[in-house]
Write a protein that binds this ligand. Structure first.
Ligand code: IPE
Length: 256
């Protein structure tokens, strides 16, 4: 695989599920994304979020991003819901010939970067598309929710893709969500303090604010980050080629 070509795409939970309706999948969006991604010849790694699957149970049973003594029932249901959502995503990707290969974060998150990189590159070299997802993991102190955004950041550091694309249910990052014309074309890390961002209450992993923080860390490690509306096939296709029709860019900071 030509490593320089690699792209990591995060499918946001609010894109692939209806976030305000518990346990409801947005098959239409997953279809649009799968179709658009199938048109790209670039090697890909996909990460998806929890939306109204994982977040619904994580919220209901009080799971946190920090390890804690969570109820077994909640841990089990949250994890099962993520597996169910993952299977739906895999089915659709398969339909478009993307050959997804599902990995739980357990399979790689503790590996040294070199071994992690080798695992993902070997899968890609076999013609597969690694797909992973936010999940509930166990540490000695208890269970915790690891968000897809954090996983995306870790994979970016290990694999150094040419770009990371966050696919959202909206056009990008807005300065003010109530003002349609406030879409930010290019976001600089220092802008973060001036932006008013609302998150869904249900979101146990911190919503848009944390997403942006993770994205800025990715950019700080040298990778361009794009926020694109994942319901628009043409925008996804352009983004895969490195162009933004409508969306938000955070330029990777290159330390020469
Ligand atoms: C959440 O992943 C996973 C669980 C709740 C188990 P994310 O935090 O990446 O999900 P979205 O994209 O914000 O919905």
């Amino acid at each position: 695989m030509a490593r320089k070509e690699l792209i990591i795409v995060k499918l946001g939970g609010s894109l692939i599920t209806y976030k305000d309706k518990p346990l409801t999948i947005n098959l239409e969006s997953i279809d649009v994304v799968s179709k658009a991604l199938s048109k790209s010849d670039k090697p890909l790694i996909l990460v998806h979020g929890g939306g109204s699957f994982g977040h619904y149970f994580a919220n209901k049973y009080g799971l946190k991003t920090k390890p804690s003594k969570a109820p077994a029932e909640g841990v089990s249901k949250t994890r099962a819901s993520m597996l169910r959502l993952n299977l739906e995503v895999l089915d659709c990707l398969n339909k478009y010939g993307i050959h997804p290969y599902s990995l739980s974060p357990y399979d790689f998150i503790k590996l040294p970067f070199k071994t992690m990189r080798e695992l993902f590159i070997s899968l890609i070299d076999c013609g597969l598309t690694p797909v992973t997802y936010g999940d509930v993991l166990l540490e000695p102190e208890g269970f915790y929710v690891l968000s897809g955004d954090k996983i995306t950041k870790i994979l970016s550091k290990a694999l150094r893709p040419i770009r990371v694309i966050f696919l959202l249910s909206v056009d990008g990052i807005f300065r003010d969500l109530n003002q349609k014309n406030s879409l930010i074309k290019e976001l600089k890390p220092e802008d973060l303090t001036n932006i008013q961002i609302k998150s869904m209450n249900m979101d146990v992993t911190g919503g848009m604010v944390l997403k942006l923080k993770e994205a800025i860390r990715i950019a700080q490690s040298g990778t361009d980050v794009m926020f694109i509306n994942g319901t628009k096939e043409d925008r996804i296709c352009k983004a895969m080629k490195g162009e933004i029709l409508i969306g938000t860019l955070i330029r990777g900071i290159k330390n020469e």
